[in-house]
Design a protein around this ligand. Structure first.
Ligand code: IPE
Ligand code: IPE
Ligand code: MG
Length: 258
């Protein structure tokens, strides 16, 4: 018993999440963080649950991560929620994923409004069910005047399609005389992308141990710092998020210089 007390007395108090946040805030915070939220299916499989249980659990992590990103002073948080390739999945899984925005926003929209978060979406609206679009549109309308964190959902998003569409619109604008071909530079091209109103991601996080981009922001991630972790998205905690930010803060970005 005495030994136990001695050991307890010698222990340094564990730094709380808040202390860690304060420490992190002393160094530059990534302005735009993008996350490929992967591993929901495997999380469920490990527990002998249906895949959709993993997606449901992942929603809670979206909430916590958004809150923390906002608190840290991140300006934009882009979350890859559904890719243009995810339509290949079984019908019931796709249907559930299309219900998630309603479920998420139905529960947490008041909280997002309260926290001054602005909701946005990037992706192709065409194929999305009306009920999904309606939920997102309501969230965008209700938060349009907020000026805290921008929570940008990548929904039915695919980077190659985005780039091809941009090329087509550039060609159209050149043909109709709105733009001269010589005016086309990187910043002009960026303005044709779905991210025209935001900075490129400074930090990309992908969970679940996959080391690939899966058609996510190929143009925008040209100089981002990458953080890959084996943690499955439903297990991705606030501590894991802080670890990624600390990792980012320890990197030296050179952008091709020395
Ligand atoms: C990520 O988790 C969520 C979406 C792609 C919608 P997954 O559903 O891809 O989970 P795994 O990769 O099968 O474990
Ligand atoms: C990427 O994850 C898409 C999202 C997280 C929304 P996937 O699970 O679809 O990627 P792949 O198929 O493993 O490359
Ligand atoms: Mg996956």
């Amino acid at each position: 018993m005495l030994n136990r007390i001695k050991r307890w007395k010698n222990q340094k108090p564990a730094s709380t999440l808040r202390d860690r946040v304060e420490q992190i805030k002393k160094l530059p915070i990534p302005e735009h963080v993008a996350i490929i939220m992967d591993g929901n299916g495997r999380w469920a499989k490990k527990r002998a649950l249906p895949r959709i249980a993993g997606h449901h659990e992942g929603m809670k992590v979206v909430r916590k991560t958004t809150k923390l990103a906002n608190e840290l002073g991140v300006k934009t948080l882009t979350l890859y929620a559904f890719s243009t390739e995810n339509w290949k999945r079984p019908k019931n899984e796709v249907e559930y994923l299309m219900k998630l925005p309603e479920e998420f926003l139905g529960t947490f929209l008041p909280e997002l409004i309260e926290e001054n978060v602005q909701v946005k979406m990037m992706g192709y609206k065409e194929r999305l069910p009306v009920h999904t679009l309606r939920a997102i549109q309501k969230a965008m309308d209700d938060t349009k005047d907020n000026n805290g964190l921008v929570l940008n959902f990548a929904l039915n998003y695919g980077s190659r399609a985005e780039i091809l569409d941009a090329v087509k619109r550039v060609l159209n604008d050149c043909q109709s005389g709105i733009m001269e071909i010589d005016q086309l530079n990187e910043s002009a091209f960026s303005s044709y992308l779905m991210t025209s109103d935001m900075a490129d991601p400074d930090l990309l996080i992908r969970t679940s141990g996959e080391i690939r981009l899966s058609n996510f922001m190929l143009w925008q991630l040209a100089y981002s710092e990458f953080w890959f972790t084996d943690v499955l998205w439903p297990d991705f905690s606030e501590e894991h998020f802080l670890e990624a930010i600390e990792g980012f803060q320890s990197r030296q970005r050179r952008f091709g210089g020395i």
